[in-house]
Design a protein around this ligand. Sequence first.
Ligand SMILES: [Fe+2]
Length: 293
Amino acid sequence: MSAQVHQVPAQSMKITKVKEQIGAIVTGIDLAQPVDTETKKRLYDAAVENVVLVIRGQAHLTPAQLQAAGELFGELMEDQNRLYLVDDYPLISVLDNFHKDSNGQPAKPGKNATWHTDHTNQELPPKFTMLYAVAVPDKGGATSVCNSRAAYEALPSELRQRITGMQTENTLISSTRFHIANPDILKAQLESKKPPTVHPLVRTHPETGTKALWFHKSKTEKVTGMTPEETQDFLQDLADRITQPQFCYAHEYQKGDLLIIDDRASLHKAGHDFDHSQQRRLYRMLVRGDRPK
Ligand SMILES: [Fe+2]
């Protein structure tokens, strides 16, 4: 029997926009089943157009099926945090408030959360970050995502001109955050001999040609020409502009939600506002991207 028989008809899938500037919810698809080419393209295009896509109702997926769902969006890449991975699935990493660091202390990954896009210290940062909800608190713990393309377009023209051509120097963690860093990350940074990775502050989307503000505040050692402290203040000002409510969507998870974030046109942040006696456990997959230009 051919796999065709099991294919989900494209017309059963529904994509509903959350709001004008950001977000769409997908229902009526089972990612445990093969996905046809047309459906795959609709999902991909919706993720790019809406910046964040939420595919509901996938709590039944095995890790293999989850990985196959991730691969609908491109080639998966390794998370640079290798401490917490799903057994036998090294391309699926685990975010969990119950993790311990190497000193046996709660790792509290969200405690120092800042607005960011992922892995900017790499030459080829991911194009999509996918988050799959395995365990969720009763309330809070949202992932907030903001459209940094719309925010860029809304900047005053003088500011747009001022930031044209600016570059960021990216490391594992900015020296301004050494005092609050996870000890494992701090150690890796202090032992690293790698020079900072230089990227444009304003990035052109390789598929749409649109421009977006693009940075990871805690990984930016400097905007070229500024001190580390000036850099943090400057990026905070830009983050404040990007995180205006009209550009943002805060997704509170239901178990089995699969979130797909277009990292090339957004900033995101984990919510720490939940009862930490409850578990918040997400599986993360990253899709390989291009060199930012
Ligand atoms: Fe992130």
